[in-house]
Design a protein around this ligand. Structure first.
Ligand SMILES: [Zn+2]
Ligand SMILES: [Zn+2]
Length: 297
């Protein structure tokens, strides 16, 4: 059984409940935290990205059984600032077991400069435990091949403004592309084949480092999954507006805007989208199911 949980679906401007632009934040679907996803593959638990609310996000989604692996897409704050808090998750859930963290070597110096205390004992000599031992595994791993996971994980650099982020593909089940400003033909060919695509839906207009939602919809058609979800929805994206747009433009591939707490399940042969529940706003299930059913395949 593979289950995915959207821990956070917001953009880089912080929790949308606080900095919400013109959004109607009485709609809980518009209240978003930093983008992160949690994948449970037969008990092997993977955290994708680690924004500043990570410990809160895991707690509110009742994900209390630890992490076997953390994958970062890139080092921007909305994706990595929670590394400083991951030790709380680590303490609480993983005990003595360190959490391997994978990210591109390109980000290594910057992440280590941002969180020297996670990597260098000398930075925090007064702390009562040995940081270097404690965080021994908090280093970028040389290769995804070194990770023993129950599904093949592949990473590919995709353009994100002047730099890049990593897209992660999990066998034929899931392709997760967070911040992306362009996918080349080569990217599309290399990344095709996953039943489910979760991709950057930052805004209706192109922003620095991000495609527009209309362009993302075209990319989804080319990636040709059975279903897709938009995440990384900025403070300018109203959930209802996004849903209405996607209903008009999804064509034969259902595309839904994700929301914080949304869970999906991945079947063996094909994806089973049991848009189960939001653990903290249970009434969203009915809403999501009604909206899904109104999308024709
Ligand atoms: Zn971002
Ligand atoms: Zn970014």
């Amino acid at each position: 059984m593979i289950t995915g949980t959207f821990l956070g679906t917001g953009g880089s401007r912080g929790p949308n409940g606080l900095i919400n632009g013109d959004l109607d934040i009485t709609n809980p679907l518009n209240r978003r935290t930093s983008p992160a996803f949690f994948l449970d593959i037969d008990g092997f638990k993977i955290l994708i990205d680690c924004g500043p609310e990570v410990a809160f996000q895991m707690e509110r989604c009742n994900l209390q059984e630890g992490i076997d692996l953390a994958l970062l897409t890139h080092d921007h704050g909305d994706h990595s600032d929670g590394l400083r808090f991951l030790h709380a998750v680590f303490d609480h859930f993983n005990g003595e077991n360190p959490i391997p963290i994978y990210y591109d070597q390109f980000f290594d110096l910057r992440i280590k400069a941002k969180f020297p205390f996670l990597f260098t004992k000398e930075e925090c000599p007064d702390l009562p435990f040995s940081i270097s031992e404690y965080y021994g595994a908090l280093a970028s791993m040389p290769s995804l091949d070194a990770i023993k996971a129950p599904i093949q994980i592949k990473a590919r650099r995709v353009k994100h403004g002047a730099e890049f982020s990593l897209a992660y593909r999990f066998g034929d089940k899931l392709l997760y592309i967070s911040d992306v400003s362009e996918l080349t033909d080569e990217d599309v060919v290399a990344l095709q084949g996953a039943h489910t695509v979760i991709i950057d839906g930052n805004g209706f207009e192109t922003a620095h480092g991000h495609m527009s939602i209309p362009d993302v919809v075209k990319i989804i058609q080319r990636l040709n999954p059975q279903m897709a979800f938009l995440t990384h929805l900025s403070q300018k994206v109203d959930y209802s507006d996004a849903m209405a747009y996607l209903q008009d433009h999804s064509r034969n591939i259902p595309i839904l805007p994700a929301y914080d707490g949304l869970q999906i399940q991945f079947g063996e042969e094909k994806p089973v989208f049991n848009l189960s529940h939001d653990p903290y706003t249970g009434d969203l299930r009915t809403l999501a199911l009604a909206r899904r059913n109104s999308i024709s395949r």
